[in-house]
Design a protein around this ligand. Structure first.
Ligand code: AVJ
Length: 338
């Protein structure tokens, strides 16, 4: 087993050295399981790749670029809500352990930390959790410069499988921003909330961002931006799969497709084959055939109703919750207390 607990030294141009703490739990994932997950998704009739594979270093950068697009409203609106959140809801911040799932870049937690006085900040421990190690290192580096927190410990993990490895200490606030919960099918969202219910203790709380149902044109525009950044983000998943599972996809054989599915209230992203392709696998024996026009489903992005928020909170065993939303009701931040 590779070393899980690391101190990483960051060296700056002029010999300055800084040490940050990162725990990497990905080596605890069974590599066979990862390959099986990818291959079984590719072998089925409707081909599927889990959206967690978007986020290598390149994909994480592309996603950050998406969040700055005019057409991509979710991040903008969520940030609006976050930047005034602590005036609207009362959270007991002293000695809090903040665990942010799928943290990505530190801009969202920064908005929250900006509202907390220094005398409280230095009682708070912060744990960003992400599947992308490069993102975690960058985040811990940036935040440790900006805020006098008690500790910052980066955690590289797959929260689909490794919730039980998250910090157990003290009172915790789990943050799950960006409507990442929308990536799950409703069944998986139910499982996820039930898992959370198991690992959370009385006094712990959850702060979860959800993108709401709205005009379809607005939603579809957010996933078909005019600069093609979302297309590049979608296509990059094939490079990640090549690295992870040893396939030989050529992203030039596919095009980006994103549309709203009104039955399930979700955006579906696919990669559509522009020609017949045959993908070879690491073992050299098997191949996967994809015919022209066939798609690989890469992401669901559910949009929520207030009834669904209520349902999710019930699955999570939350007795009390508060919903904060923007004026137009485009995005909700739910604060739920165990
Ligand atoms: C990070 C999963 C919330 O679903 O809107 C952005 C990812 N995909 N554009 C989303 C994404 C295409 C994003 N989440």
């Amino acid at each position: 087993m590779r070393q899980e607990f690391l101190k990483i030294q960051i060296t700056y141009g002029n010999d300055m050295i800084k040490e940050i703490t990162v725990r990497n739990y990905l080596p605890y994932m069974d590599p066979g399981q990862t390959d099986d997950e990818i291959l079984s998704g590719l072998k089925g009739k409707q081909k599927y790749i889990s959206p967690k594979y978007f986020y290598d270093a390149v994909g994480s950068e592309l996603f950050e670029e998406i969040t700055r697009l005019e057409e991509y409203y979710p991040t903008r609106v969520e940030k609006e809500i976050l930047s005034g959140l602590l005036d609207m809801i009362r959270i007991n911040l002293r000695n809090l352990n903040i665990v942010e799932l799928g943290s990505g870049d530190p801009s969202k937690i920064t908005l929250l930390l900006n509202q907390i006085p220094e005398r409280l900040l230095n009682t708070i421990n912060y744990f960003p959790v992400d599947i992308c190690e490069a993102e975690i290192i960058k985040s811990v580096d940036i935040l440790s410069e900006s805020f006098p927190l008690q500790t910052i410990t980066g955690i590289v993990a797959d929260f689909n499988y490794q919730l039980h490895l998250l910090p157990q200490q003290g009172t915790r606030m789990f943050c799950f921003f960006g409507s990442t919960i929308g990536n799950f099918t409703m069944k998986d969202a139910e499982n996820f909330m039930r898992q959370l219910a198991k690992i959370m203790n009385p006094g712990d709380c959850l702060l979860i961002g959800m993108d709401m149902v709205k005009d379809i044109d607005i939603i579809e525009r957010a996933y078909n931006d005019s600069r093609g950044i979302t297309a590049a983000f979608n296509l990059n998943i094939l490079n990640v799969i090549n690295k992870t599972a040893g396939t030989d996809f050529d992203s030039r054989d596919f095009e980006h497709l994103a549309f709203f599915n009104p039955q399930r209230n979700c955006i579906e992203m696919h990669l559509k084959a522009l020609r017949d392709v045959e993908i070879s696998l690491k073992n050299g024996f098997d191949t996967i055939k994809i015919s022209k026009g066939q798609t690989i489903h890469t992401e669901n992005s559910h949009k929520f109703s207030y009834d669904q928020i209520k349902q999710l909170c019930a699955w999570g065993g939350f007795s009390r919750y508060t919903i904060c939303h923007d004026r137009k009701g485009w995005f909700s931040m739910v604060y739920a207390l165990k």
